[in-house]
Design a protein around this ligand. Structure first.
Ligand SMILES: C[S@@+](CC[C@H](N)C(=O)[O-])C[C@H]1O[C@@H](n2cnc3c(N)ncnc32)[C@H](O)[C@@H]1O
Length: 234
């Protein structure tokens, strides 16, 4: 796969099969922090936080969660990934300098798909995300970071989000780069409130939760006066 330098100086890859990059050209680290990690840790403050990282890819969301772990929280990170060879090769990926302090974690994940210490547990499941999430429960944060709905529809369908809703805690949060109407429609239809990111650092995405959150609300009712609600199905 082709290595690509993004605008914040960090590297991502272009996946030939999906014909998409793993991250936005605005920055691999920047996207992960501003679209996923900062909003999620802003609202989820617990002694033990269960994170579902959809999907592992190059692991930026998981590794940056570890590096930005709230001081008094233990993180349990569950992450499916269908591409076993990608994970096996992560040891050699040119991660940014700030990842040096977790080099031992990167190597363990790459070799064993598993890491645990007293502050963090990471399980990478090799296989289909939809199978894996059937056995999960009590999730606090979902990093919804599959390839785009155009090429990875099964991880954006209403059936998929129904599964996600079933395993999400009442105060749980979903973060995503996608602003696609069918994605927002599916979430809205399932009773999620929709928000977007309070930042000028990066293009805004979608944050969804069943409860009120301190983010800019997306007025989806207003949008539905102008467009039909449609969503992806399996
Ligand atoms: C956009 S990348 C994820 C980027 C990742 N979050 C990161 O920070 O590096 C999407 C990933 O989803 C994986 N994937 C796509 N469909 C999948 C599925 N049904 N089950 C498991 N993994 C899947 C791809 O192999 C790819 O690694």
């Amino acid at each position: 796969m082709k290595k690509i330098k993004t605008a914040d100086g960090t590297f991502t890859l272009k996946n030939d099969k999906f014909n998409e990059c793993y991250h936005s050209s605005e920055g691999a680290v920047k996207e992960s922090l501003y679209k996923h990690i900062y909003p999620a840790f802003n609202v989820i403050q617990k002694k033990e936080i269960n994170i579902l990282d959809i999907c592992f890819g190059l692991g930026y969301n998981t590794f940056l969660s570890v590096l930005n772990r709230p001081q008094h929280s233990k993180l349990n990170i569950f992450s499916p990934e269908m591409d076993e060879d990608l994970i096996k090769n992560l040891k050699d990926f040119p991660y940014p300098k700030e990842f040096d302090s977790i080099r031992h974690i990167i190597n363990k994940i790459s070799d064993n798909f598993y890491y645990e210490d007293e502050f963090v547990k990471i399980e990478v499941f090799i296989g289909d995300a939809r199978e894996y999430i059937k056995k999960l429960s009590s999730i606090d944060i979902v990093f919804q970071d599959a390839f785009s709905p155009k090429v990875n529809k099964e991880l954006w369908s209403i059936e998929y989000f129904t599964q996600i809703k079933n395993i999400l805690n009442k105060f749980g949060i979903i973060t995503s780069y996608s602003v696609a109407t069918p994605v927002r429609c599916a979430l809205y239809k399932l009773g999620f409130k929709l928000y977007t990111h309070n930042t000028d650092e990066i293009r805004k995405g979608t944050i969804a939760a069943l409860v009120d959150l301190p983010f800019e609300r997306v007025d989806f009712e207003e949008k539905l006066k102008r467009v039909n609600c449609y969503y992806y199905t399996d």
